[in-house]
Write a protein that binds this ligand. Structure first.
Ligand SMILES: C[S@@+](CC[C@H](N)C(=O)[O-])C[C@H]1O[C@@H](n2cnc3c(N)ncnc32)[C@H](O)[C@@H]1O
Length: 258
């Protein structure tokens, strides 16, 4: 499916800053103007661990991060000896391009966070300024690893709803701050197709958070849970030990028990 889609581009804390169009097979040449709309914020390994309740057994597997962007989950996890692959359309850009974009937008984003104090829970990051420091730290880790990780095929250019991987290549697929968060931009059919595609490449999928940018539960969640259950998957909503968006402390877990 090569249809062009309207893409959300927002910082990872849920502040929408624009939209962009991408083909399903992004090429470097037609993405030159796209980066100016991307907010390359990413989370750390520790945040992923909390967002997805990752256990030692989970981490011992072969993990795929879908839409990892400039998160340092892969960089830090690889350093600790784990097997992690990240797939994202933003990997068409160089590290310096991603960093320039981060530098251009970080102040404005933190300003927006400060302007919406009731939308956030600070138990993890403590404050907007500390959040900024944590995002810089994650980006720095990511950038240090990016070129060698790309060469090692740990950072792969690609995007939902079709992934460039073999069936059951992974033991677990994670999707942080993409599906459900952008329910306004991606329709229910895209969500279902994307989740089924992740279930093709891994027998277990975890998605976090389940809130939209407006801090509402995704309107697709119930129907998607029902459809996947009817298809024979074990589906559950689990509470996790991470909350930045107020109320955003749940993940969806889908397992293929067939
Ligand atoms: C808000 S960021 C989250 C980054 C990272 N997962 C984290 O939580 O730190 C959303 C990411 O999804 C990526 N993305 C957007 N559309 C995508 C698609 N169709 N398939 C895979 N990734 C996509 C963006 O490029 C961006 O890096």
């Amino acid at each position: 499916m090569n249809a062009r889609r309207l893409m959300p581009v927002a910082d990872e804390n849920g502040i929408k800053v624009g939209t962009r169009n991408l083909t399903q097979h992004p090429q470097r040449s037609n993405m030159a103007v796209i980066l100016k709309n991307v907010v390359p914020f990413g989370r750390s390994f520790d945040e992923y661990r909390h967002m997805f309740n990752l256990t030692s057994a989970d981490l011992a597997g072969n993990i795929l991060g879908v839409g990892d962007g400039p998160a340092s989950f892969n960089a830090e996890g690889t350093q600790q000896g784990y097997s992690i692959t990240s797939v994202d359309p933003v990997y068409v850009f160089s590290g310096s391009e991603i960093k320039s974009r981060f530098d251009a937008v970080v102040d404005n984003i933190i300003h927006q966070v400060k302007a919406t104090p009731t939308d956030w829970v600070w138990t993890y990051h403590q404050s907007p300024d500390q959040l900024r420091m944590n995002r810089i730290k994650a980006l720095t880790h990511f950038l240090q690893d990016y070129d060698s990780g790309k060469a090692a095929h740990r950072y792969v250019i690609g995007e939902l709803p079709q992934l460039p991987f073999a069936t059951r290549q992974f033991s677990l697929a994670l999707c942080s701050h993409l599906l459900f968060l952008y329910s306004e931009q991606f329709d229910q059919a895209f969500h279902l197709q994307s989740i089924q595609e992740m279930l093709r490449v891994a027998p277990e999928v975890r998605i976090f958070p389940l809130l939209t940018l407006q801090l509402q539960r995704s309107p697709y969640l119930d129907q998607i849970q029902q459809t996947l259950s009817e298809l024979g998957y074990a589906v559950s909503v689990q509470t996790v030990g991470y909350e930045l968006q107020k109320g955003g402390n749940e993940m969806l877990v889908i397992k293929d028990c067939k």
